[in-house]
Write a protein that binds this ligand. Sequence first.
Ligand code: SAH
Length: 219
Amino acid sequence: MNRHVHTGIGMTSQRTRDRLAQQLRQRGIRDSAVLSVMRSVPRHLFVDEALASRAYEETALPIGHGQTISQPYLVAFMTEALLNGRPCHKVLEIGTGCGYQTAVLAQLVEEVYSIERIAPLLHKARILLHRLNIYNVQMKVGDGSRGWEQPGPYDGILVAAAAPEIPEPLLLQLAEGGRMVIPVVTADGEQELLRITRRGNECHCETLESVNFVPLVRG
Ligand code: SAH
């Protein structure tokens, strides 16, 4: 019997993920821990079976409920920007979606807290993370723009949906030296990915890239 049939041949194999990691390195991802996690998390399990063969393409794919799984480069880029080569213990993620970014974060930090407003997406993500033996993630359904006060403050906050402005509660839940990576809608309707670093009562803001996320929906 051919074992490859069961371990996933072709587009869902380890070789495909090795190639993905290589492409990410060529596109400028430098953090070796991030690259190694991108090589190990089985992204094809996070999309519909009919789309599994496209899971490692540099594209966003539908995950139902009008939402998309972010393209692999953006997941790697945002993770690298969030960690910024520094220790990061506690991370808050807004917009769990299918849970792929959550799984990547969970391999790199001690505790992940993740909020999703669409309950069925969160439910599916929770089951999948447990199936992958990932247990350092707490999840809840809610409006992520209010943050999750009680387990905070966070060393990192990663927002996976475009905000009309930076939600104040999230800034307040950042630990000293903590970073937030967030796509924000600009005056001309475009989106920019920002990294905000908290220093005392001040926030230092950097513009990282032009991006295209689904909107952060209030309530
Ligand atoms: N990282 C996810 C991205 C999913 S798309 C993935 O790769 O699958 C962004 C997600 O943010 C969607 O699932 C959407 O439902 C969710 N979202 C939008 N506004 C939100 C809000 N205010 N609070 C929590 N989640 C929100």
